[in-house]
Structure formats: structure tokens, C-alpha cells
Ligand binder design. Structure first.
Ligand code: ITT
Length: 193
């Protein structure tokens, strides 16, 4: 079984991606590698941040690894919060405050279309690869559901009538931005191995 380091401090992401990878790959966490610090994310793009996180780990440990950077892009807000999704309302990862600010900024706005975009950066044998996954949807007018994390209680994927937070982990993974990006990653790793 192949081992890969997933450069994330987000436990929700870790379990989503491990479920998607199945038995083919075992994810090694940052904690298991003895990395406890926050990895810098200072790029103005998702691509730049995903690469920054993967490079940070590769330079420290010299092992194959990947990182994911994700943003919620809301049409009526000119693509915000986008790359700033984690720190939209506060300096920390306060999901509830972020959701409340998003609802406030969309008060009275008719166009509630949005999309999640994930970029995965993989470093394999010193070479860098990028994989993108997108899911289109709309922002609900109130929060529903307790599954998932982040903006899931507000995001209704196209073709559905419930939010990601009202879906099981498997149902979200089957159609989500991260699920789509990971599917490309897995396909690449399977073809390459
Ligand atoms: P790492 O950088 O340690 O991986 P993070 O939580 O900072 O974890 P991101 O920068 O990629 O991750 O994500 C930015 C924010 O976007 C995150 O804090 C959530 O609020 C939101 N987010 C990411 N993926 C999401 C998902 O699948 N569903 C809902 N919200 C999500």
C-alpha cells in the first residue's frame, strides 16, 4: 500500500480524502510526521497556496506529498471569499462567523450562485502537478444540516435541494469539488504507478 503525506491541519478534509482514496493509498498526517506548526498560505491564488503548502512539506521532509487549497467563490461578491475563505470574518477558522457574514453580505441579493473550487498540488519525485475540482451551486438563505464543515450548511449543489451539511459524507464526496479533484489525483497516481 502506497503512503502519501497530506499537508493539511484540517481533520475534516483528512477524513474526506482518506474515504475517497480507499485502500489504494494510506494517508500520513502532518501530526504523524511531527509537524505541528501552521503552514504559511500567503499566495493570492488557490494554486499558489496549494503549491506553497506542498513545497513546505517537501522541503522539510523530502517525501512525496500533496496539499489542497479550497475556496468558495460567490458570483455576486465578485468571487469572494475565494482564497480568503478560511479567514473571511475573523483571523481564525471560525466557520459560524464566516457563514453569518456571508448571509449578511448576500441579504437582498437575487443572484445567489456560487461554486466551490479545490486545487490539489502534488509533489512526486520532486515534480509538481496540479488537479482542480469544481462544484456549482447556490447559497441558501439560512443554514441547514450538521454534517461536513465550513460553508457546507449554506451550500446547495446544483441539481439538489439540500445543503452539503444535510448529506452523508459519501453523498458529498461523490459530487464535491474535493471529490472531483481527488478523483483526478487518484487517476493520475494509478496510471503512473
Ligand atoms: P489546511 O490549509 O490545513 O488544509 P484550511 O481549513 O485552512 O486547512 P483551506 O484554506 O483549503 O483549508 O479552506 C478554506 C476554508 O474554506 C475552510 O476553512 C472552510 O471554511 C472552507 N472550506 C474548504 N473546503 C470546504 C468544504 O468542503 N465544505 C465547506 N467549506 C469548505
Amino acid at each position: 500500500m502506497k503512503k502519501l503525506i497530506f499537508a493539511t491541519n484540517n481533520a475534516h478534509k483528512l477524513s474526506e480524502v482518506q474515504a475517497l482514496l480507499g485502500d489504494a493509498f494510506t494517508l500520513v498526517t502532518l501530526k504523524q510526521c511531527g509537524i505541528t506548526e501552521d503552514i504559511p498560505e500567503t499566495s493570492p491564488t488557490l494554486e499558489g497556496n496549494a503549491l506553497q503548502k506542498a513545497r513546505y512539506i517537501y522541503e522539510k521532509l523530502g517525501c512525496d506529498c500533496f496539499a489542497d487549497d479550497t475556496g468558495l467563490e460567490v458570483t455576486a461578491l465578485g468571487g469572494a471569499p475565494g482564497v480568503h475563505s478560511a479567514r473571511y470574518a475573523t483571523d481564525g477558522h471560525d466557520f459560524e462567523a464566516n457563514n453569518l457574514l456571508l448571509l449578511k453580505n448576500l441579504e437582498g441579493v437575487a443572484d445567489r450562485s456560487a461554486r466551490f473550487r479545490t486545487v490539489i498540488a502534488l509533489i512526486l519525485d520532486g515534480k509538481e502537478y496540479l488537479f482542480e475540482g469544481i462544484v456549482e451551486g447556490t447559497i441558501a438563505t439560512s443554514q441547514s444540516g450538521t454534517e461536513g464543515f465550513g460553508y457546507d450548511p449554506l451550500f446547495v449543489p446544483s441539481g439538489e435541494i439540500i445543503t452539503f451539511a444535510q448529506m452523508s459524507a459519501d453523498a458529498k464526496n461523490a459530487i464535491s469539488h474535493r471529490g472531483r479533484a481527488v478523483a483526478k489525483l487518484v487517476n493520475f497516481l494509478k496510471v503512473g504507478s
